[in-house]
Design a protein. Structure first.
Length: 98
C-alpha cells in the first residue's frame, strides 16, 4: 500500500460530504458505514478476479484496524514532552580540581 496523507482536514471534508448526502450521518457509525460501502462499491466495480477483491478487502480490514488502534493509542497517550535538543559538538580542556 502507498503512504497516505491522512489529516483531520481530509476526514472532516469527507464526513461533511457524507452528512450533506444523508443527515443521519451525524452519527459516526452511520458515516463509517457509508465510507465502508463506498470502498465496497469501488472494489465491486473493478475488473479483477473475485479472489483478488476478497484478499484486498481483508487487507483493507486489517489496515483499518491498525489505524483504529494507532489513533486510539495516540488519544490515550499523555502529551509528550518536547524532544531534547540534538547533541552539539564541544571541545575544551578539563582539569581536575586540586
Amino acid at each position: 500500500m502507498s503512504e497516505l496523507k491522512l489529516s483531520h482536514q481530509l476526514v472532516n471534508e469527507l464526513t461533511a460530504v457524507v452528512k450533506n448526502h444523508d443527515s443521519g450521518a451525524d452519527d459516526p457509525g452511520v458515516t463509517s458505514q457509508y465510507l465502508c460501502a463506498v470502498v465496497g462499491f469501488l472494489l465491486g466495480q473493478q475488473a479483477m478476479p473475485d479472489e483478488q477483491k476478497k484478499n484486498l478487502v481483508n487487507e483493507l480490514s486489517a489496515f483499518m484496524q491498525h489505524v483504529v488502534d494507532d489513533v486510539s493509542r495516540q488519544q490515550k497517550a499523555p502529551a509528550a514532552a518536547p524532544p531534547p535538543p540534538p547533541p552539539q559538538d564541544a571541545f575544551g580542556i578539563w582539569k581536575p580540581k586540586s
